[in-house]
Design a protein around this ligand. Structure first.
Ligand code: NAD
Ligand code: UGA
Length: 436
């Protein structure tokens, strides 16, 4: 099969490289010339484990290439994927569909022969109908089927998630499109990953429902962590105790500083807006969003409490800036409101992240002294705050850390360490939902 992947970001590049790895011929298109030139030189513009090798192999074997020119690859394709961004629209929180609509117009103009146009971007219910309307308006003669195929990969584990999905959701009732999509995903289908065919709008809803449910699970355990702190329970044992019940499941029950990232925050908001517009409000999701927003400020107060009530004129070392480990993505990272709050409260902030420093310099310019490693970051600090659970923060040399700091105070927002080991090492230690 020939595939054109429009939008070569976190999702487009991973999906394109994986489809190429399945044996299809893929052209990744992006209008960002710098990104495409970098990829043509063999440089990967994002940090995603394993992606460099996957891209290199498939380029070398002639199944994957990159261009800024959309018409050629679209005309040649059996399937054209739309994998452009759908950020929050400024002002109202709806998904901004301007990139998707612009893309649909460009694709329409270039179509030749029967083509399946697939929205992989996360889009509100009804977007597939609008994409189809735009295509038919631009090219009344086009022979096209518009399909919804939402993506469920996580950053940092993107290749594994793409190649070993729990399910593949395909929203179409068109038989020819169904055949093309089945062929595209053939290696996974043969591997027993269920292909779930639904109506197009239902597929669009499944994506938002999944993200909102996961965000709810995280928020539920975060609030339980707060209760554990008040009554002396251990949230990790609570999570294990409920997670062993198959009806609940153990995943996404890690309490922390609140969820962030390029998707949960914007997608929960967009779903709330859709539901409100249709007078079927999702009150649980509305509460999740409000609780999660408040939590980030509460984390700054937690650090202040560990320092006796105030961070004024104190130096705080922040380990981890990205919204999760194994990515360089800083979009909606909890570290941003946290560090902003530290600044507002009169503290100085030092920070280190293994992969996110370049993006962080854009988001936190002037607020932070950026450091070269964890120990340099701890230098002269009154408190060290673990914000993102990168592997390299899991086995720090605690003596060296203590030596470097002005006061041995650690606030571990990811429960990377055990309270007893930190006490033995001589730290004042606070974590999430566990006895001190
Ligand atoms: P991204 O911002 O990393 O990439 C989007 C790319 O699209 C950019 O490189 C941009 O230049 C390009 N683009 C925009 N308009 C274009 C056009 N008309 N022609 C060609 N290129 C164009 O975004 P992302 O994180 O890959 O997310 C893409 C979509 O996938 C979003 O809807 C997101 O919600 C969804 N999604 C993301 C993830 C994730 O982990 N990041 C997971 C599942 C779903
Ligand atoms: C999430 C979903 O997990 C993917 O299935 C989905 O495809 C993607 O959004 C998307 O639509 O873009 P991602 O944002 O990459 O993936 O990362 P997650 O691992 O889900 O983490 C999101 C946030 O939740 C992070 O800030 C993370 O620290 C937090 N989290 C996650 C917790 O606080 N506790 C948990 O137990 C799990």
């Amino acid at each position: 099969m020939r595939v054109a992947m429009i939008g070569t970001g976190y999702v487009g590049l991973v999906s394109g490289a994986c489809f190429a790895d399945f044996g299809h011929t893929v052209t990744c298109v992006d209008r960002d010339a710098r990104k495409i030139e970098a990829l043509q030189r063999g440089e990967i513009p994002i940090y995603e484990p394993g992606l460099d090798r996957l891209v290199e192999t498939n380029v070398r074997e002639g199944r994957l290439d990159f261009t800024t020119e959309l018409p050629g690859p679209v005309a040649a394709a059996d399937a054209v994927f739309i994998a452009v961004g759908t950020p929050s629209r400024r002002g109202d929180g709806h998904a901004d569909l301007s990139y998707v609509h612009a893309c649909a117009r460009e694709i329409a103009a270039a179509l030749a022969g029967f083509t399946v146009v697939v929205t992989k971007s996360t889009v509100p219910v009804g977007t597939g109908d609008e994409v189809e309307r735009i295509i038919r308006e631009t090219r009344p003669d086009a022979d096209v089927a518009v399909v919804s195929n939402p993506e469920f990969l996580r950053e940092g584990a993107a290749i594994r998630d793409f190649k070993h999905p729990d399910r593949i959701v395909i929203g179409t009732t068109d038989e020819r499109a169904r055949a093309v999509m089945t062929e595209l995903y053939r290696p996974l289908y043969l591997n027993q990953a269920p292909l779930l065919f639904t109506a197009r709008g239902t597929a669009e809803l499944i994506k938002y429902a999944a993200n909102a449910f996961l965000a709810t699970k995280i928020t539920f355990i975060n609030e339980l962590a707060d209760l554990c702190e008040k009554v002396g329970g251990d949230v990790q044992e609570v999570a294990r105790g409920i997670g062993l019940d198959n009806r609940i499941g153990s995943k996404f029950l890690h309490a922390g500083p609140g969820y962030g990232g390029s998707c949960f925050p914007k997608d929960t908001l967009a779903l709330i807006k859709t539901a409100q517009d249709h007078e079927a409000p999702l009150r649980i999701v509305e509460t999740v969003v409000a609780v999660n927003d408040q939590r980030k400020r509460a984390m700054a107060r937690k650090v202040a409490a560990a320092l006796g009530g105030s961070v004024r004129d104190k130096t705080i070392a922040v380990l981890g800036l990205t919204f999760k480990p194994n990515t360089d993505d800083m979009r909606d990272a909890p570290s941003i409101p946290l560090i902003t709050a530290f600044g507002d409260m009169g503290a100085r902030v030092r920070a280190y992240d293994p992969a996110g420093m370049e993006q962080a310099k854009r988001d936190l310019d002037g607020l932070v002294t950026f450091c070269g490693n964890a120990y340099e970051c701890a230098e002269g600090a009154d408190a060290l705050v673990i914000v993102t659970e990168w592997e390299q923060f899991r086995a720090l040399d605690l003596d060296r850390l203590k030596q470097a700091m002005r006061q041995p105070v650690v606030v571990d927002l990811r429960n990377v360490y055990r309270p007893d080991e930190m006490a033995r090492a001589g730290f004042t230690y606070a974590s999430i939902g566990r006895p001190a």
